[in-house]
Design a protein around this ligand. Sequence first.
Ligand SMILES: Nc1ncnc2c1ncn2[C@@H]1O[C@H](COP(=O)(O)OP(=O)(O)OP(=O)(O)O)[C@@H](O)[C@H]1O
Length: 359
Amino acid sequence: MAEIEIRDLVKTYHGASYRATDAVSLTVADGEFVVLVGPSGCGKTTLLRMVAGLELPDSGTVAIGGRDVTGLPARRRNVSMVFQSYAIFPHMKVRTNIGFGLAMRGTPKAEIETRVKRAADVLELTDYLDRYPAQLSGGQRQRVAVARAIVVDAEVLLMDEPLSNLDALLRLQFRAELKRIVGRLGATTLYVTHDQAEAMSLGDRVAVMRSGRIAQIGPPVDVYDRPTERFVGGFLGAPPMNFVPATVTRDGHLAIGEQSLAAPATLKGFAGREILLGVRAENINVGAGADSGGRLTATVEVVEPTGAAMLLTVRLAGHEVKVQAPASFRTEPDSVVRLDCPPESLRYYDAESGMALVA
Ligand SMILES: Nc1ncnc2c1ncn2[C@@H]1O[C@H](COP(=O)(O)OP(=O)(O)OP(=O)(O)O)[C@@H](O)[C@H]1O
């Protein structure tokens, strides 16, 4: 059993006027992979370091496997860590690097050898055991760091941007590999990244952080599809969710400038108010030309082929909107397009607070 239970963790760094983490609570179930994601400075690393035992909270508790470890130093927590910098020793061969943690714990030599071999096998490093880090590629070095973390059989795996030193392609490859490895291990994992795509890809659940708090947590697809606040919709997704100001009219419409869509009955109580309409680029149907049938009219500003799709930037009632059209869609700047959004793909937010209006 290695559930991580974080309760009301508060941390204010010396001299700071704000809390780096502001009463964060989070439970990571045994064997679960939770990703902390959010913009720079939102408190992800601070939270992870408090779980690791590298930082003491001002208040709140951390329990691992049902044991309160809040006051315990890192070495007594049975956690394993992988950091952004590979933190592998340049003067040691891969074999020694991987076995380092075990050697420090006084594990017998024969057992170290067996376990290093097993970890190297999992991470496809067997052919590199007698090389020095300088003789490895970035991805291989990163795998050595991961091997060293998994070899000790810790209850909990903590990773802070472990892929950030890799170039884009390697990062993508290793992301899938990491998912496979950690899945196989079944370790309880808390993982920090600022990369929303990485968070979506890896997490059983994703916790989106903002200013020291968890804004929303849930399975990646849920969080992506139903952001509970504008911030989350604007952070997850490339392009981010579109937000268009609209007024709820008394006759049950959503007025977007001079144009309108039907408003759902759930917005009845908001008649007369300006709200934000949230919609993902891929949920907007687009037709070329003024007669193509959609209920809204917009003007194309930018056309970007992405290969898999055609990304359009259009202007709708003075607002910029990203639309993902099929790759075969043909249009050009200044052309008129018609847009339609299936009602089930629309989300509604308070214009001031940015919070979702209806679930
Ligand atoms: N040792 C420190 N002393 C003072 N302030 C710190 C310290 N470490 C972090 N902070 C501040 O605490 C806040 C949270 O930092 P933290 O490193 O946890 O954010 P983060 O979300 O991990 O950001 P990034 O993605 O940039 O690493 C930031 O405002 C940061 O400037």
